[in-house]
Ligand binder design. Structure first.
Ligand SMILES: C[S@@+](CC[C@H](N)C(=O)[O-])C[C@H]1O[C@@H](n2cnc3c(N)ncnc32)[C@H](O)[C@@H]1O
Length: 309
């Protein structure tokens, strides 16, 4: 790895006092990124001395807010991309983030947007898309040598994608590194408490998800450092034993686990549509026919996924 582990502990320790000042009083939002993980990200951004930060996957904007607060100085430019326009999270994060002058909130698919956004040396945070698509997005982005580091969330040891990630990006560091956890887990205490307030995460804790032991301390942020060789990811995957990861247990769990979220998405869609079109898109009149069409399409897609074998 370009940066050895000791250097990573050192830069994180150096940035810790500043970081703690910035996050003081902040609440953890569902699906957000833990403090120790964000500490790694901000420390790397400072270490590489980049002024452009690109985030893929904003949702409630937990990580976005930490970045916007930490890098308030106008010499930094933060660009945050979210794929879904019509969701309650958009309304929530827009209200929370709209006043940061050096933060641009974009909507669209990061696969299309990121290549044109890399105009200078930068670091990229990928918290959506997830799994294989996150790795594909990272590989695409690393084709540009201006990208110094890419950080990918949810790269825990129990995920079948962890092994692929380790092979694809030989220069890496994970926040579930034993020494890193030992040094910085204390700054996540409030995150764990806030996380357990959400129904789906009540029984989660360090190295534990419900009754199940978890090999990683938490969801885990992976840092991958500039990687220049291009690689055909599809070819790589067909050669690895990872095909099984698309199947059976993992897939069923993924599909069924999200039913509550899917129903909520359908119920809140019309309000989210109106908010986006009126407030963000500054639309003069509402196209209700389009709203109905989109809602119907969404319902069809969601139910198709839920009942897929
Ligand atoms: C886990 S959430 C992000 C949480 C956020 N980083 C935080 O800390 O609050 C993942 C988000 O990524 C978005 N997403 C998924 N695929 C995407 C893509 N291709 N481009 C942009 N955003 C995407 C999803 O819509 C979702 O809102």
């Amino acid at each position: 790895m370009d940066l050895d582990k000791n250097k990573i502990y050192e830069i994180c320790s150096d940035n810790l006092p500043d970081f703690l000042r910035v996050i003081d009083g902040m609440t953890y939002e569902s699906e957000g990124i833990f403090n120790s993980e964000m500490l790694l990200l901000v420390s790397l951004i400072k270490h590489f001395n980049v002024k452009l930060i690109i985030e893929s996957g904003r949702a409630n904007g937990q990580s976005t807010k930490v970045l916007a607060e930490y890098f308030k100085n106008p010499e930094y430019k933060i660009i945050s991309i979210e794929f879904v326009k019509y969701s309650p999270e958009v309304k929530y994060s827009y209200k929370k983030l709209k006043n940061y002058k050096n933060l641009k909130l974009l909507f669209g698919d990061s696969f299309n947007l990121i290549p044109n956004l890399i105009t200078e040396e930068c670091c990229i945070l990928i918290d959506g898309p997830k799994r294989l698509n996150a790795l594909k997005l990272a590989l695409n982005s690393f084709k540009n040598p201006l990208v110094k580091a890419i950080l990918i969330h949810d790269m825990y040891k129990d995920s079948p994608f962890r092994e692929i990630a380790e092979k694809l990006f030989p220069n890496h560091f994970f926040t579930d590194d034993k020494e890193f956890v030992k040094k910085f887990r204390r700054i996540d205490k409030k995150n764990w408490i806030d996380l357990r307030k959400y129904r789906d995460f009540r029984s989660w804790g360090p190295y534990r998800r419900g009754k199940k032991k978890f090999k990683s301390y938490s969801s885990t942020l992976m840092a991958a450092f500039n990687y220049l060789d291009s690689i055909d990811i599809n070819q790589f995957i067909s050669h690895s034993h990872s095909k099984k990861l698309m199947k059976t247990k993992w897939r069923v769990k993924y599909l069924l686990g999200g039913w509550r979220k899917r129903i909520k998405k359908l119920i809140t869609f019309p309000i989210s549509y109106i908010f986006y079109e009126k407030t963000i898109n500054h639309g003069k009149s509402l196209d209700l026919k389009r709203l109905f069409k989109l809602w119907f399409k969404l319902a069809y897609e969601e139910f198709k996924v839920m009942f897929k074998k």
